[in-house]
Design a protein around this ligand. Structure first.
Ligand SMILES: NC(=O)c1ccc[n+]([C@@H]2O[C@H](COP(=O)([O-])OP(=O)(O)OC[C@H]3O[C@@H](n4cnc5c(N)ncnc54)[C@H](O)[C@@H]3O)[C@@H](O)[C@H]2O)c1
Length: 378
């Protein structure tokens, strides 16, 4: 049984409950410690709900770390679910104390910070997961395998978008940022709102599925007189010279959580949308588009081994999250036992993905400020 603790993620938070639910979907992990909130009442309510003993509940994450690091039965990993501004410091301190880390995206504010975290984890041989949720979907893994085995030929173009509508009301408000929304405030969010919050998911999922790395990009960044970005159009060039076009928006009426992308190759294409995650559209060159379904035998992919419930019973966000966590947990377990994790165990986003995400944020914002000039990722 592995033991874990959480920083952030109280009962009112968005993502804390998702981490806990996902970690309960597979056996072998127990929540034993937490600093879910700085507010004592909220912290206690969350701890009690999940049966965390009171002597392992803290309103200061540094106290939690100190206490955990001194225990014989200390946590095997910490899940960091706070707003972005705390990620770097909390990650660094837990890593320095020799504790494996799972952190929310975006990993941190600065590229140098992300690289430092990656270095510390490597030097100490620690597991470092970064929660790019959407690559946990089974069909995303299917598409990755299909592209790798050549089902769509050589990639010639990419199109992706992550569009939401939840900040549209802000555009007609005079205030510079909604007091209740930390994502629109630089002190909590960093130099970006939309790109950091959802654009990094798009950047990573396309890299995951195709293996393509962005060499350079140019962007328009729309802030509408506010402090941070709400709408971004980005042209990217990958290291093999192929181009892609991304749109990232939080002011798109009608779009709820519209993560959608298509990969177009010399022999066909694959398209996927988060609202219908069990399906993808596969078009062979010259043929009618086919809707392919999670778990179907005709797919003939290793990813079919990953499915949790039979075809036709929808899997969703929690399953995607749990798939990522299952691999992280297996990796930590095996390392603890002195065994070597296999390629399937290691199929989860790490600090390397975290670094690329932070680079992407900086490149987009810089290009926007420089009248959409091309900016290199390295
Ligand atoms: N992977 C995904 O799909 C996904 C989805 C949503 C959010 N996120 C990320 O998760 C993180 C949190 O987002 P959210 O929407 O859950 O935010 P939220 O505002 O709903 O929750 C933030 C939590 O952090 C706690 N917190 C703040 N300061 C703290 C401190 N000093 N010590 C302990 N706890 C503290 C708050 O009490 C709260 O429980 C962000 O980095 C966000 O980008 C990721």
């Amino acid at each position: 049984m592995l033991r874990y603790g959480m920083v952030g993620g109280d009962l009112q938070s968005f993502i804390g409950g998702v981490h806990r639910t996902a970690l309960r979907m597979d056996p072998g992990v127990e929540l034993v410690s937490g600093c879910f909130s700085r507010n004592a009442e909220k912290n206690l309510a969350c701890g009690d709900m999940y049966g965390v003993s009171h002597d392992r509940l803290f309103t200061d994450w540094r106290e939690m770390l100190k206490a955990e690091a001194a225990r014989e039965d200390k946590i095997d990993f910490v899940a960091i679910c706070t707003p972005n501004h705390l990620h770097y410091e909390v990650c660094r301190e837990f890593l320095l104390a020799g504790i494996n880390v799972v952190c929310e995206k975006p990993l941190c504010f600065e590229i140098a910070e992300a690289e430092e975290l990656d270095r510390i984890a490597r030097e100490r041989d620690l597991v470092f997961g970064v929660l790019y949720t959407y690559v946990g979907y089974n069909m995303v893994k299917v598409m990755r395998e299909m592209i790798a085995r050549g089902d769509i030929g050589k990639i010639v173009a990419v199109h992706g978008r992550y569009a939401q509508n939840w900040l549209l009301d802000e555009l007609s408000s005079d205030s510079n940022s909604n007091e209740n929304v930390w994502r629109t405030k630089p002190e909590f969010s960093g130099i970006s709102n939309a790109i950091g919050d959802i654009g990094t998911h798009l950047e990573y999922i396309i890299h995951y599925v195709t293996g393509l790395n962005i060499k350079r990009l140019c962007a328009t960044v729309d802030c509408y007189g506010k402090k941070l970005d709400y709408n971004n159009s980005i042209l990217v060039e990958y290291d093999n010279g192929v181009h892609g076009c991304y749109w990232v928006s939080q002011v798109a009426a009608g779009q709820i959580n519209g993560l959608k992308f298509g990969i177009y190759g010399t022999e066909g294409s694959l398209e996927w949308e988060q609202h219908y995650p069990d399906y993808a559209v596969y078009t062979k060159r010259g043929q009618a588009p086919q809707t392919i379904c999670r778990g179907a035998g005709y797919l003939n992919v290793n990813a079919n081994a990953n499915i949790r419930i039979p075809t036709g019973h929808p899997e969703g966000f929690y399953c995607a999250f749990a798939n990522i966590y299952r691999n992280i947990v297996r990796t930590i377990e095996k390392k603890k036992k002195g065994q070597t994790p296999n390629a399937n165990d290691l199929d989860f986003p790490t600090s390397e993905a975290g670094i690329e995400g932070v680079k992407f944020i900086h490149a987009v914002i810089e290009s926007g400020k420089k009248d959409s000039q091309w900016v290199y990722m390295d």
